[in-house]
Design a protein around this ligand. Structure first.
Ligand SMILES: [Zn+2]
Length: 269
């Protein structure tokens, strides 16, 4: 109880310890500025502002209706607020009366799938110290949105894994550009499910992925700039036609890639 009162007094007597641009909504993204090196906690996720006080945060597709943002500076909690998380509407397709059909990979590729899963998990664990995200984000390729973030099919009442990306349909060979600077943590032209695949960490573990590429023009460890060519649209891996599947994960949360396009870090300079 005493702690709560002290926090309230501290907040009332000074400017907010953190300022953010972006939305607390399901799949939403926020770029914030606080004190250099401050510890920032969004719910259970702990991250650290860089030397200029920048931090990037995200909400999962299925984020609960309330979120808590806290900031700790020099061992003291100086900010503690709760926010409503706006619900998102997802395309849910119910398909009933289908004969049960399992599309399982053949047994001879299971070892390959397992090994590729390890590489993907290791790449997702990247927590790059750079700050590519402070430029804001651009769309990596142009085309028709063929599948929005978060859609889900329900076959015979059984929900399948939601679509954690945005699909942009475009002809094979259409350039794919880095939407913000970052470091390439995975680059492979032949993954079993994803085909040509790139992962980029834009800083602090804000990781974007590009699937089904016809070719890959970067290598693991490359530091890329916003707008740099990283590959081309294709239909490699388990894909039914040429498109870019663009995904973003942040500390295990599946974030809406298009939410990055609304964030204006310049407002915080
Ligand atoms: Zn997709």
């Amino acid at each position: 109880m005493i702690t709560v009162l002290v926090t309230a007094l501290t907040l009332a007597s000074s400017d907010p310890a953190i300022a953010c641009d972006g939305e607390h909504r399901q799949g939403g993204v926020l770029v914030c500025r606080t004190e250099p090196g401050a510890t920032v906690m969004l719910d259970e996720v702990e991250t650290r502002a860089n030397a200029d006080g920048w931090v990037i945060l995200g909400h999962d597709r299925d984020a609960p209706e309330e979120t808590r943002l806290r900031v700790q500076i020099d061992g003291e909690w100086v900010f503690d607020e709760r926010y409503d998380v706006a619900p998102a509407e997802y395309d849910i397709q119910r398909i009933d009366g289908l004969p049960p059909a399992m599309v399982s990979p053949p047994p001879e590729v299971l070892e390959r799938i397992r090994a590729e899963g390890v590489r993907k998990r290791q790449a997702h664990a990247s927590r790059w110290e750079g700050d590519g995200f402070i430029s804001g984000f651009i769309q990596p390729t142009e085309g028709r949105i063929s599948s929005r973030f978060g859609g889900q099919r329900v076959y015979n009442g059984e929900p399948r894994t939601p679509h954690y990306g945005v699909d942009i349909a475009a002809p094979t060979g259409t350039p794919v550009l880095a939407p913000a600077g970052g470091i390439v943590r995975l680059a492979d032209e032949d993954m079993y499910f994803e085909g040509g695949l790139i992962f980029i960490d834009h800083g602090q573990g804000f990781n974007s992925a590009y699937l089904h590429l016809s070719d890959v023009r970067v290598e693991e460890g490359d530091v890329v700039e916003q707008g740099q060519l990283i590959g081309h649209v294709g239909s490699t891996g388990r894909s039914t036609g040429p498109h870019l599947c663009w995904r973003i994960r942040w500390h295990g949360r599946n974030v809406d890639p298009f939410a990055t396009l609304d964030v204006q870090p310049d407002e915080l300079r």
